[in-house]
Design a protein around this ligand. Structure first.
Ligand code: ATP
Ligand code: MG
Length: 419
């Protein structure tokens, strides 16, 4: 026997018996983002590498370590998207979508690819729901994006996912803060991890959220960004807090959250769940007023989030929440004999044309085995068809739960008779 081939490390199959969980979740997410006016955008799975070098930033872990980059046969450098924000901005700029009116609200549910160390909640191909809101500078836009995530989590029944917010300033106030941070961390340079040593010059903000214990200990006493905001950023943050308070959305101010890219400005936030181990950040987002310019567009304020679908499912499971059950057949047509087999087949088709979920035997099984199968797939009704039923154009449908029997007239609508 030939050797079996396994899926690549860090990828996950969704089995046929599990996929309904994804469908139910996606349906719910789409419904909620639609309530806020977000419309779906679809972009390609791969992009020019340059997009992410500029759009994600070359000081980030994503660009430095995690990208799936390859040369295609035309010798172009191509990258599987590690995130959805820069492709969305690229598409909106390329297609002139902003001309359709502002604010522009886009969402996506798509797979992302990052070469990471696989573990629970951390995959090499994972899925994100993302929303992006373009053109609105006001703090109410930040509040709306946060409210969308909060409503999703609330409607899913997740009460223990906590919101953390912070502001990381803007190009007016951040340079001075960066200098303060650099000066502070420079005094501790020998104690920092290798990554943070290189972050010190290029992006000292990132040291604040380093996961290494020695770095986070030093970061404890680092100058705090919120104390170094310009008046505009301060007012923006106050406005956001006021709006969240008015909407009764609970939050904690966490000055250690950064989204260390240059184009991130003002608001950053995370929704964190403690019950699924270290990979507890279910959703991360913030304002990125500099990205459009970075990608060759005009200045366009923007705010959005990415929500990890696998982590969302793990969280639901940890909280014992089910979004519903898989679909089951409305009716199973069993047969006795060769003619009945074909007839049952046509009856199943008739039922489907009436909008029902219907199945018949395609395994040439014995009647006993067919009934066992109907039971296994949890068919609501079963009908046994033999020669008599064919000539009478009628058969008995049995409700498998109540054992109640209904005599079906095949010349009439099946779904109507089983209502
Ligand atoms: P982390 O700190 O966990 O690496 P991140 O800051 O890299 O997260 P983002 O780029 O903000 O994550 O992505 C948004 C969300 O996508 C995360 O909050 C998380 O829920 C999910 N996510 C990110 N990377 C992965 C991954 N490798 N596997 C599964 N989900 C992921
Ligand atoms: Mg990451």
């Amino acid at each position: 026997m030939a050797q079996k081939i396994t899926g690549p490390r860090g990828t996950q199959d969704v089995a046929v018996s599990e996929s309904y969980k994804w469908l139910l979740l996606e349906e719910k997410l789409r419904k909620i983002v639609d309530q806020y006016g977000f419309k779906e955008i679809r972009t390609p799975t791969f992009e020019h590498t340059e997009l992410f070098l500029r759009g994600v930033g070359d000081t980030t872990d994503i660009v430095n370590k995690e990208m799936y980059t390859f040369e295609d046969k035309g010798k172009r450098s191509i990258t599987l998207r590690p995130e959805g924000t820069s492709p969305t901005v690229r598409s909106v700029l390329e297609n002139g979508t902003l001309n359709e009116g502002l604010p522009l609200k886009a969402y996506y549910i798509l797979s992302c690819f990052r070469y990471e160390k696989p573990q629970a909640g951390r995959l090499r191909e994972f899925h994100q729901l993302g929303i992006e809101l373009f053109g609105a500078q006001d703090y109410t836009a930040d509040a709306e994006v946060i409210a969308t995530a909060a409503k999703i989590l609330k409607d899913l029944g997740l009460q223990n996912v906590k919101l953390n917010i912070n502001s990381i300033g803007c190009p007016n106030c951040r340079p001075a803060y960066h200098e303060k941070l650099k000066a502070y961390f420079a005094e501790h340079i020998d104690e920092l991890c290798q990554d943070c040593k290189s972050r010190l010059e290029r992006n000292p903000l990132r040291i604040l959220d380093c996961k290494e214990e020695k770095c986070s200990r030093i970061a404890e006493n680092a100058p705090i960004g919120l104390n170094n905001l310009c008046d505009e950023c301060k007012e923006h943050f106050e406005g956001l807090k006021k709006t969240l308070d008015a909407m009764k959305i609970d939050y904690t101010i966490n000055t250690k959250i950064v989204r260390g890219l240059d184009y991130y400005t003002k608001t950053v936030f995370e929704f964190v769940y403690d019950g699924i181990g270290a990979q507890g950040t279910v959703c991360g987002g913030g304002r990125y007023d500099g990205l459009f310019e970075e990608l060759g567009g005009n200045h366009t304020p923007a705010v959005g989030f990415g929500m990890g679908m696998e982590r969302l499912l793990l969280t639901l499971e940890a909280e014992g929440i089910s979004l519903g059950e898989d679909t089951r057949p409305d009716i199973f047509f069993a047969n006795i004999g060769e003619d009945a087999k074909v007839f049952a087949f046509t009856m199943a088709q008739k039922a489907r044309d009436e909008g029902m979920r219907a199945q018949s035997d395609i395994m040439a099984r014995s009647l006993k085995a067919q009934m066992k199968y109907a039971d296994k797939i949890k068919a609501r009704y079963t009908v046994v068809i033999g020669d008599d039923e064919i000539s009478n154009k009628s058969a008995v449908a049995k409700n498998m739960e109540t054992k109640e029997q209904v005599t079906l007239d095949f010349t009439k609508s099946i779904s109507e008779q089983l209502k």
